[in-house]
Design a protein around this ligand. Structure first.
Ligand code: ME8
Length: 654
């Protein structure tokens, strides 16, 4: 019999910057779902990829002094790029699409032409606002405080000849789709779409641009490139071979079972995407699930805010599986979650090290200690076993109900209730007491078997979340492949009655929270610093100074006779200077952070000497020493201007 199919996608990511933990969150969730569906027997197609066109990428490439293609190639394929990250995170995608792939470009051109020939795309003129970072057009009325309603950044005026898609024509059908079906999940997102976007009147959508060139060219009108969202959304179908013969699987996998997308792009997926598919007379995806954001102190992570968290650092410190687990255990998928290093460490220590890790290591250690690693076949059941056995035997059903609703956190909660119950069962049955007498051994073997079976069933259901670690646990409890299956998770009794365990290293070592937090914040700080520009110099003054005014400034060479810190001031140094007049000059300068007084004595410097004297900390300063200032990796640097010692004190600079 042919397997049932399941087609699941992540958004395709913009390769405009390195990806952060927020992107990883969505991809890990999709991967977990894909693995779960494979486990339950589906033929899964899991697609992810990159969305490489648009003005934002063109601008970034220009800033970096490379071509847009070079720019995206580096972020996608380069060291620690997107492909590397998905490999590190053990992402099991079946396909990867890059929108610059030629088959995609050609298919998008055909799609655009088809909608044009049908009359759903027409030529007009666009006047409005554009948010470059989001690649979104807005009308004046959609702006919030004059800024982009999605990201809150400045928008720019845009007016150009453009093609439009007749979104308005599909408004009613889209509204019915949203209100009358379970197309958009969680259902709480439906109202926002209908009330904010459809009810006020869906305007036709501008779907081409002429002011830049990094996009799919409209083949029948050179100079126009296809709006990046039109090109991007169709990736879900071109990757399956729609209107191209380089890929295949369209008939098999389309329509998608679910698109996982972040909440800010629900609008594109639940309004624009179905409308375009209606125009193309194609089947609609079965579901769009809008997940929440990982936020830091209430705000979305973004490179410009400097609050992004690097998944590489976390995965290297805590392990990939611990990170995958944390993301889905800690935050409900449909809502926002506040990321913190403390939460991550607590999930590892509480759930993984304490509850799961301990259960596995205590159980295998006891089977080794009391039975030399292999259980005897005799059993002796007791009333006390029933609660645990009942809970574990019905776990798969409760887990499945949650997984089918994409409620990863709840599914894990069901598993951990069983794990906690099993740890309590150890305390209740007190194996160390049973082990003391020969008569207790049969009962002890039963207790051990029940624990091993609990571990086995929980591990099967945890596999989509932590594939590698679950493999290690299976090896420790001696579970062969045949008893790692979905079917075998439905009932107790999978392991042989004379199961053999192989105690190994702790699968989830406990983290020393204080040490790890200190290390993490040092690493994250260093990374933040490294991301700042290596060298920054002050912008040049726009305003001109006339020559006469400039000539009024009297710059002189001065020699440092003495220099000391000013009492009660962290900033000020007091200089006694030979300025060539025969009378010492005193200047105070706020540079104590940069120099020790003794290192300046004897140096030949430059000062402006005709500034009016002023008092600082009760002392008079007659002039100002000239320094050069710049920033390195965000840090202020200052260097006093020092000149050749051969130049006599008092020499005028001109
Ligand atoms: O939107 N928490 O690309 P993108 C959770 N190219 N999810 C987050 C997140 C965070 N802090 N930050 C980003 C695009 N994401 C388009 C998609 S699909 C046809 C085109 C999620 O790289 C975000 O919500 O800006 C989105 O779902 C995904 O990462 C890609 O974001």
């Amino acid at each position: 019999m042919e397997k049932k199919t399941f087609y699941i996608t992540t958004p395709i990511y913009y390769p405009s910057d390195k990806l952060h933990i927020g992107h990883t969150y969505c991809t890990v969730a999709t991967d977990t779902m894909a693995r779960y569906k494979r486990l339950t027997g589906y033929d899964v197609c899991f697609l992810t990829g990159t969305d490489e066109y648009g003005q934002k990428i063109e601008n970034k490439a220009k800033e970096a002094g490379v071509t847009p293609q070079q720019f995206v190639d580096n972020i996608v394929e380069g060291e620690k790029g997107i492909l590397d990250l998905w490999k590190l995170m053990n992402i099991s995608n079946d396909r990867f699409i890059r929108t610059t792939d030629d088959y995609h470009v050609e298919a998008v051109q055909k799609i655009f032409r088809k909608m044009y020939e049908k009359g759903d795309i027409y030529k007009g003129s666009y006047k409005g606002k554009y948010c470059t970072p989001c690649e979104s057009f807005w009308t004046e009325s959609q702006l919030v405080d004059g800024k982009c309603p999605d990201c809150g950044r400045e928008v720019v005026d845009a007016e150009e000849e453009a093609y439009f898609f007749r979104l308005s024509k599909y408004a009613e059908r889209v509204q019915r789709l949203l209100e009358d079906t379970d197309f958009l999940q969680p259902a709480s997102r439906v109202n926002e779409m209908v009330n904010n976007f459809i009810k006020p009147g869906l305007e036709d959508l501008c779907v081409s641009r002429t002011s830049f060139t990094w996009g799919v060219p409209v083949d029948f009108d050179p100079g126009h490139v296809v709006y990046v969202w039109v090109d991007a959304l169709f990736n879900y179908t071109t990757a399956l071979g729609l209107l191209n013969d380089k890929r295949d699987g369209y008939d098999k996998y389309w329509p998608a079972d679910v698109h996982f997308v972040g909440k800010e792009i629900v609008r594109f997926h639940s309004i624009i995407w179905p409308a375009m598919l209606m125009s193309m007379e194609m089947p609609l995806p079965k579901q769009v699930y809008g997940h929440g954001w990982l936020v830091m102190d209430g705000g979305k992570m973004s490179k410009s805010k400097g609050n992004v968290v690097d998944p590489y650092i976390l995965a290297e410190m805590f392990g990939v599986d611990a990170l995958r687990f944390f993301l889905l255990r800690t935050f409900p998928f449909g809502s926002d979650g506040n990321f913190s290093n403390e939460l991550l460490i607590s999930a590892i220590n509480t759930d993984l090290a304490n509850d799961l890790g301990n259960l596995v290591s205590r159980t295998t250690a006891m089977v080794e200690k009391y039975f030399g690693g292999t259980l005897p076949a005799e059993r002796e059941a007791a009333e006390l076993d029933n609660e645990l056995l009942g809970m574990v035997a019905s776990l798969r059903e409760r887990y499945e109900a949650q997984m089918e609703k994409y409620q990863f956190q709840n599914a894990l909660e069901e598993i951990f209730k069983c794990i906690q119950r099993a740890n309590k069962y150890i305390d209740e049955t007190a194996p160390w007491v049973l082990a003391k007498s020969e008569e207790g051994k049969t009962r002890l073997a039963t207790v051990m078997y029940n624990l091993l079976e609990t571990v086995r069933i929980c591990t099967i259901l945890l596999t989509p979340f932590m594939p590698e670690s679950c493999g290690k646990i299976f090896a420790q409890i001696g579970a062969e492949e045949a008893v790692q299956t979905w079917d075998s998770a439905a009932a107790f009794g999978g392991l042989s009655a004379t199961a053999t365990v192989h105690k190994g290293d702790a699968v989830f070592p406990r983290i020393d929270a204080e040490k790890a937090l200190a290390e993490l914040s040092a690493l994250q700080e260093a990374q933040k610093k490294a991301a700042l520009p290596a060298l920054e110099i002050e912008p040049y003054a726009e305003e001109k100074v006339d020559f006469e005014t400039f000539c009024k400034s009297d710059f002189r060479v001065v020699k440092v006779k003495a220099c000391e810190n000013v009492k009660k001031s962290d900033k000020l140094l007091k200089f006694t200077l030979d300025d060539g007049t025969g009378t010492d000059r005193q200047i105070l300068s706020g540079i104590a952070k940069y120099y020790k007084p003794e290192e300046l004595v004897g140096k030949t410097l430059v000062a402006i000497v005709n500034l009016p004297p002023r008092k600082m900390m009760g002392q008079e300063s007659c002039g100002m020493l000239i320094s050069a200032v710049h920033k390195e990796q965000g840090e202020e640097k200052l260097n006093l201007l020092m000149v050749d010692d051969k130049i006599p004190a008092g020499a005028k600079l001109c």
